[in-house]
Design a protein around this ligand. Structure first.
Ligand code: S3P
Length: 446
């Protein structure tokens, strides 16, 4: 059971801080960590993973893959060893799979189970149990799987997979890497060609890693759409994987350094896959000083160290086309916007309403409570910044995190640039993606 569901809420106040200085390294990428465990568990032989994110979400994936037959161990030096069962070899889990807070674990594993002749029940915490699963139930029903879901296509749900499954061609109705990945993972154990058509590109870690494991996968661009084809029943070859640092975790430190006067921080080993790096482009457009040092490749992904210095930020209209490449970074972008001069306008962000929380309402309420001027629209927020002065903060009222790690960390950063500090109502969810977030902030002087 995840910490967030097993203990009572843990409030914490985040106060104004002097300059943040020093060098840090953020934990491994969450998306890549989930996929390393899943594909390692389907390869024949031993996959070794270093830099795996050891947050609750990824540990939920590890536990589920063990429950379906893989052998997964953490060695003393932090390397993870995975002995896979082979494509088609997943076993029926004896107990319901506890997905905790993790939408990625749930949707990708539903894809894997769908093309095996096994039945699995998925359960999760209060946040995950509110999130829509219809977006994966629809394509996985087309491959032949059957579902007993809670009302509205939600968890808890039971999935009866099928083998042989039907190879499908599926055009994504929402820009979602999780839905894309669920269909591709179902296609792995399906004879024939599975095709996903992606009108708007989303993070491509599944495609990169499937190729890396030896799957026969192609990506073409036709009339601005990405067409991904996967030939099923491939044999996956075990890999040695180095997981780059998570840009979505680095984001909190980038914004903190930009808005706290005098800061100068080096964040090492940040993944800069173009399908993930939108925030850094937007912050530069706003005037942020973010320098890429020592660009290189780690585990087939572009990586660099980021040197970030305090900067005067100016509000902009954020191009909605960038949204998929920074979908998890909007909460912390809103914090940067609240400290900028002028107005920042965001739009096209309907998907933020179905993340770990409704991130538009949650951030509008939390930032307003801390003294920011925020207008909530149906598909985005409009934020009138302070021009660099600290936010008022709040002496007593609590910023509500709604079991959402990114709301908790974003409001922690807001507190660091406020007069009265910000009281975050519950910091437990931070452990889902970034267990050492507070320790790293403290190491920079916060
Ligand atoms: C993820 C995809 C995104 C993102 C999530 C991780 C993934 O979700 O928000 O944190 O690893 O595929 P959607 O596919 O729902 O946009």
């Amino acid at each position: 059971m995840s910490a967030s569901s097993s203990t009572s809420p843990q409030p914490r106040r985040f106060n104004a801080t002097g300059p943040l200085t020093g060098t840090i390294r953020v934990p491994g990428d969450k998306s890549i960590s989930h996929r390393s465990l899943m594909l390692g568990a389907l390869a024949v032989g031993e996959t070794r993973v270093s830099g795996l994110l050891e947050g609750e979400d990824v540990l939920a994936t590890a536990a589920a893959m063990r429950a379906m037959g893989a052998t997964i161990n953490r060695e003393a030096d932090g390397t993870w060893s995975i002995h896979g069962v082979g494509v088609g070899g997943l076993l029926q889990p004896a107990e319901p799979l506890d997905m905790g807070n993790s939408g990625t674990s749930t949707r990708l594993l539903m894809g894997l189970v769908a093309s095996h002749a096994i039945t699995a029940t998925f359960v999760g915490d209060a946040s995950l149990s509110k999130r829509p699963m219809g977006r994966v139930i629809e394509p996985l029903t087309m491959v032949g799987a059957e579902f007993d879901a809670s009302e509205g296509g939600r968890l808890p749900l039971t999935l009866r997979g099928i083998c042989p499954a039907v190879p499908i061609t599926y055009r994504l109705p929402v820009a979602s890497a999780q839905v894309k990945s669920a269909v591709l993972l179902a296609g792995l154990n399906t004879a024939g060609i599975t095709t996903v058509i992606e009108p708007v590109p989303t993070r491509d870690h599944s495609e990169r890693m499937l190729k890396g494991f030896g799957a026969d996968l192609t990506v073409e661009e036709v009339d601005g759409e990405r067409i991904i084809t996967l030939r099923g029943e491939a044999e996956l070859k075990p890999q040695t994987i180095v997981v780059p640092g998570d840009p979505s975790s680095a984001a909190f430190f980038v914004v903190a350094a930009l808005i706290v006067p005098g800061s100068d921080v080096l964040i090492e080993n940040v993944g800069l896959n173009p399908t993930r790096a939108g925030l850094f482009a937007v912050l530069r457009q706003m005037g942020g000083s973010i320098e890429e040092v020592n660009p290189r490749e780690v585990g087939g992904e572009p990586v660099a160290d980021l040197r970030v210095r305090h900067s005067a930020l100016t509000g902009i209209a954020v191009d909605p086309e960038l949204a998929p490449s920074m979908i998890d970074e909007f909460p912390v972008l809103f914090v940067a916007a609240a400290l900028a001069s002028g107005t920042t306008t965001t739009s096209g962000l309907d998907e933020l309403r179905v993340k770990e929380s409704d991130r538009l309402t949650a951030m509008a309420e939390a930032l307003t409570g801390a003294g920011a001027r925020v207008e909530e629209r149906e598909d985005g927020l409009v934020i009138h910044g302070t021009g660099g002065s600290p936010l008022r903060g709040s002496a007593n009222s609590r910023a509500k995190t709604h079991l959402d790690h990114r709301i908790a960390m974003s409001m922690a950063v807001a507190g660091m640039a406020s007069e009265a500090g910000v009281l975050v109502d519950d910091i437990r969810p931070i452990a889902t993606s970034f267990p050492n977030f507070i320790a790293l902030m403290e190491s920079l002087g916060a």
